[in-house]
Ligand binder design. Structure first.
Ligand code: CA
Ligand code: CA
Length: 235
């Protein structure tokens, strides 16, 4: 009996772990209310078809579920069904009452046969997100509504082989193209910034930018008998 109890306890623990996030969206209006970025899982099996997606043939016969989503702030948003196990369709609607008067985005296949949409969703505006299927398809879905992280700017990287030449008072700088950031990751350099300084640790004066790997200034040297130069790659 003790063994059976332990087994049942283990099964209960597994159930709680495996399905703790299963929140099963509503079959029809009103949609399950979400007010911030969220992830969820559920199934369309056994549901009815109440909606259809403009981009998805046969979605009128595929069972569907619906979320009502009102973000508090505007996000560059990625709505994904990529973890689902069937041929999904995804529709986002807004305006009026559930399920919204206007479909603003629709996707059939984005990740294999699953669907995903990226778009800006406005803070304070209500959207309805419909999980549907292609031509009668149904199954278990996983949905994630996440913010698309803004790109991480690379720290400016000084060029490391600066060649300085002078012709009278004319300064000429040359350097090799920078192709990686300070961590060795590939980068695409937009341009280079050129700075001058009176000492290695002193304040820098911005001289200009170059879209190439060279920089020339005609009257740089006469008032500045001793200068240090730094060129940084900007991407
Ligand atoms: Ca449907
Ligand atoms: Ca439904």
């Amino acid at each position: 009996m003790k063994t059976l109890f332990l087994l049942l306890s283990a099964l209960a623990a597994f159930w709680l772990t495996a399905f703790a996030d299963l929140d099963q969206a509503n079959d029809a209006c009103p949609g399950t209310v979400e007010q911030s970025l969220f992830t969820d899982a559920g199934t369309t099996v056994g549901r009815t078809s109440d909606f259809s997606c403009s981009c998805l043939p046969g979605s009128n016969i595929s069972p569907d579920v619906i979320y009502e989503y009102t973000p508090s702030v505007t996000y560059d948003t990625y709505v994904s069904l990529c973890g689902s196990d069937f041929d999904t369709g995804l529709s986002i609607r807004t305006g009026g009452a559930c399920p919204g008067t206007t479909e603003i985005a629709c996707n059939d296949d984005s990740c294999g046969f699953r669907s995903a949409i990226r778009l800006f969703l406005n803070g304070g505006q209500t959207y309805w997100i419909i999980v549907d299927g292609y031509n009668g398809a149904q199954g278990n879905y996983q949905i994630s509504v996440v913010e698309v992280a803004p790109p991480v700017p690379h720290p400016p990287r000084p060029v490391n082989d600066l060649i300085i030449q002078t012709f009278g008072d004319t300064l000429s700088l040359r350097w090799s193209p920078v192709t990686t950031d300070v961590n060795g990751n590939p980068i695409s350099v937009w341009f280079y910034r050129v700075f001058a300084a009176e000492s290695l640790s002193g304040p820098r004066t911005y001289l200009g930018l170059s879209y190439d790997t060279s920089f020339v200034r005609a009257d740089e040297l006469a008032p500045n008998p001793k200068r240090f130069y730094v060129v940084t790659a900007v991407n």
